[in-house]
Ligand binder design. Structure first.
Ligand SMILES: [Mg+2]
Length: 218
């Protein structure tokens, strides 16, 4: 459990942390290859091979998270496609209860995401949780992904925080490792970011199974 009295800044990741990663995994792994195959008249296998290769080229960079990049590389209307399955966007269990409880604290509540601004907007519109955050920052505005060297330092210029008194919840191990290198003191992962996939196995960071674990916050 984070020692709340020693913490003044709480950072949440979005996809896989507050929201079920199933939406994104379904979108990129199932829907995009299928639509690519239909649109560009190639077999589903060819589409999958091509897209996996494209993903690998930019994995861990900001382009990987950039809808404009994929729109151009795949010649598909990625934004419209995301909109078409927005009913699949789901808040993870007990997330809203924790956000509500934090509202009555004096802590700075931040959403720090690698999601593209248009994806952030779509997800906030659909879930209605944006009011719980003092600020929402897409890493695209810093031109670095959260797992990139220097991201957490650069973030201080946009939103000042003290890493000694900050907690970060994020389902990505590369992101947590980078935050550790840049001295964020309290780091928590997520044991099952995608409700339809197996749990994450790691001893590197404590993992949250259900945000209900954090309640009550005292
Ligand atoms: Mg995430």
């Amino acid at each position: 459990m984070p020692p709340w009295s020693a913490i003044d800044t709480i950072m949440f990741d979005m996809d896989g942390t507050l929201l079920d990663l199933h939406f994104d995994n379904y979108f990129w792994q199932i829907l995009v290859p299928k639509i690519y195959s239909d649109t560009h008249q190639v077999s589903l296998n060819e589409a999958e091979d091509f897209i996996v290769k494209k993903y690998e080229e930019v994995h861990g960079t900001l382009d990987w998270y950039c809808l404009d990049y994929w729109q151009e590389e795949l010649a598909l209307d990625i934004t419209a496609l995301k909109n078409s399955i927005k009913h699949k966007i789901q808040i993870r269990p007990n997330v809203e209860q924790v956000l509500q409880a934090l509202q009555s604290s004096d802590k700075n509540i931040l959403l720090i995401t690698n999601a593209h601004p248009s994806s952030l907007e779509l997800k906030m519109k659909h879930t209605g949780i944006s009011n719980y955050f003092h600020r929402m920052i897409s890493s695209h505005t810093l031109r670095l992904a959260k797992e990139n060297h220097g991201f957490w330092e650069a973030l201080k210029d946009m939103e000042h925080y003290n890493p000694e008194t900050t907690v970060l919840f994020d389902d990505s191990l590369p992101v947590l490792r980078q935050a550790a290198r840049e001295k964020i003191k309290y780091l928590f992962g997520i044991s099952k970011p995608d409700s339809k996939k197996p749990v994450v196995q790691t001893n590197e960071f404590p993992l949250i199974e259900d945000f209900g674990q954090l309640l009550p916050l005292a």
